[in-house]
Ligand binder design. Structure first.
Ligand code: AHR
Length: 374
């Protein structure tokens, strides 16, 4: 895991503002919890509940309930479900948090509105997974003026630095890894000509931008033919629709399909099946995806996907570390890259070198999939 520690005067200032400015709302929340608990009929249950709340609050470090606003992208993919679940598990009531969760349904206007509502609510921290990477500076300035620290997860914000930390993936490296694997795989299989169709993610999302940039860099270097590259919006329906149209427009002309997430790949597989195109380990078309949630890994083990490049959705525990660090007035890591692996069905490309770093390709087994958290 790459971790970058940066001097955090700005974080300390924001944290100090937050501690001074938000104490009363936390106190109110704690008082409400106590009052509700006192009216519970079952005294034993009351004691247990109070003890659990106390322990949870102590675990959380400050003794107060922290209110966290989380503006999530939406619910477009298995990856997203895992990301949401991870945040809800970490920022639970039992752990001493009051999580205000907004599913923004892939709508940037809704996401900006959600952040403004969190400011009005005077939450203690705001977590944003930005649908797109631009258009953020004004609302982040509003967060800063309100003294509310913002933590960005997963995707990046490219037009503002008014947040205290970011935890997420190196999307360009994911794209490069996919390209390097494809080169080695084609060589190992004796495939000399690659005619590629790409199903991109949401336009303007840093996940799309980075994966496209990384993969295209290898494609250009190797002189591959990218026939087309269109957005499937990171959804199964989107992947299916794009692939249906590709099957008509490029009938018999392609031998690689790159899907920028698992769910698009599920849609693309359905479309190819319907069009009578064979794909996967024993098929005519190499198909890969990004994310590596359990269902996709199972498809890969079963030979329907040739390889899957992981995007790790479990950022929430690291975000909690940052929040607890800020609460304790400590310096925190301001840029954390999550760990990611690469998976394949066949044992013919043992490792790849990405930007000078050797990365092992994990050959899938049922044990790996069964042990997967999401
Ligand atoms: O930002 C991460 C990407 O967004 C994941 O690849 C995808 O599944 C999700 O929708």
């Amino acid at each position: 895991m790459k971790r970058k520690i940066v001097s955090v005067l700005v974080c300390a200032a924001l944290a100090a503002t937050m501690i001074a400015g938000c104490g009363s709302s936390s106190d109110d929340a704690a008082a409400t919890t106590t009052e509700e608990t006192a009216t519970t009929e079952d005294a034993a249950a009351t004691d247990d509940a109070a003890a659990t709340d106390d322990a949870a609050a102590e675990d959380a470090g400050s003794g107060d309930v922290l209110t966290i606003g989380f503006a999530q992208v939406g619910h477009e993919s298995d990856w997203r479900t895992a990301s949401t679940q991870s945040c809800q598990d970490v920022f639970s009531e039992a752990n001493g948090y009051d999580l205000q969760f907004v599913d923004c349904d892939n709508d940037s206007a809704v996401q900006l509105e959600a952040v403004r509502t969190f400011i009005e609510q005077d939450v203690d921290y705001i977590i944003i997974d930005p649908i797109v990477s631009t258009g953020w500076d004004t609302v982040l300035t509003e967060c800063e003026d309100a003294g509310i620290p913002v933590i960005v997860i997963d995707r990046t914000i490219d037009d503002s630095d008014k947040y205290v930390a970011w935890v997420g993936s190196d999307f360009k490296t994911e794209g490069l890894a996919c390209g390097e694997w494809l080169k080695a795989y084609a060589e190992a299989k004796g495939i000399t000509e690659l005619n590629i169709l790409v199903i991109e993610g949401t336009t303007g999302a840093s996940a799309t931008i980075g994966r496209t940039e990384g993969f295209n860099e290898i494609a250009e270097r190797e002189g591959w033919n990218i026939l087309d590259s269109q957005s499937g919006d990171f959804t199964q329906d989107g992947g299916q629709q794009v692939m249906e149209s590709y099957c008509k427009s490029y009938e018999g002309q392609f031998n690689v399909v790159i899907c920028q997430n698992d769910n698009e790949a599920f849609g693309a597989m359905d479309a190819m099946k319907a069009a009578g195109v064979s794909y996967g380990v024993d098929g005519d078309v190499i198909i890969v995806s990004f994310d590596a949630a359990r269902t996709a890994l199972q498809y890969c083990l079963d030979g329907e996907l040739n390889a899957v490049f992981e995007c790790n959705p479990l950022a929430a525990p690291m975000v909690e570390e940052i929040i607890q660090g800020l609460e304790a007035g400590e310096e925190v890591e301001t840029e954390i890259y999550v760990e990611e692996s690469c998976f394949a069905n066949e044992d013919i490309v043992p490792s790849i070198t990405v930007d000078g770093v050797e990365k092992e390709m994990t050959v899938l087994t049922q044990e790996i999939i069964d042990a997967r958290a999401y």
